[in-house]
Design a protein around this ligand. Sequence first.
Ligand code: HEC
Length: 168
Amino acid sequence: MSQYTALHGVLAVLLCAAMSTTAAAADVKASKEQIARGKYLLIVGSCNDCHTAGFAPSNGKVPESEWLLGDGKVGFRGPWGTTYAPNVRLSLSRMKEDDWVRYARNLQTRPPMPWFNLNRWTEADLRAFYRYVRQMGPVGAPIRPGLPPDEAPAPPYIEWPAPPAGKK
Ligand code: HEC
């Protein structure tokens, strides 16, 4: 089993665990400070670059109402197959706040999601991010699933090279 298949397995298990709980939007109350902090983290964490369609190529000129709804058009292709940046609003709407904290701390995905950075956020930051995202508005629809390495994606996609030898 390749490393990427193994990572994906971990992600699937975590996703299932997270989805077994439901949270109503009304449960989530965010302070002004948390909303400001969550939005700041989203911006400086560059989440929109991948998780918001058209964000990077327009130099960030996408309205906030469309942030984090995922991008099922531009694939990231590499030795792991092809991944698409999912709809994070939808994912968070399916988890309770405590589940999100655990999920984000342990998350491992295929590239190029910088999960190893997200794992290191403080609990307070993860909670502020969650509360900000939960009050963003409509959660939208799921985006398309990724593809295995032997399946060619339809353009457009970004091709990533294999990691240098010894860095897998
Ligand atoms: C360079 C592109 C990129 C950036 C930047 C990025 N992501 Fe991702 N993210 C992805 C891709 C692609 C996946 C899907 C990986 C897979 O399918 O294995 C993903 C998956 C995820 C997942 C797991 C799937 C889900 O919906 O629960 C979460 C959570 C997530 N990203 C949150 C974030 C957050 C929060 C940030 C900003 C701090 C961020 N991402 C920044 C590309 C990115």
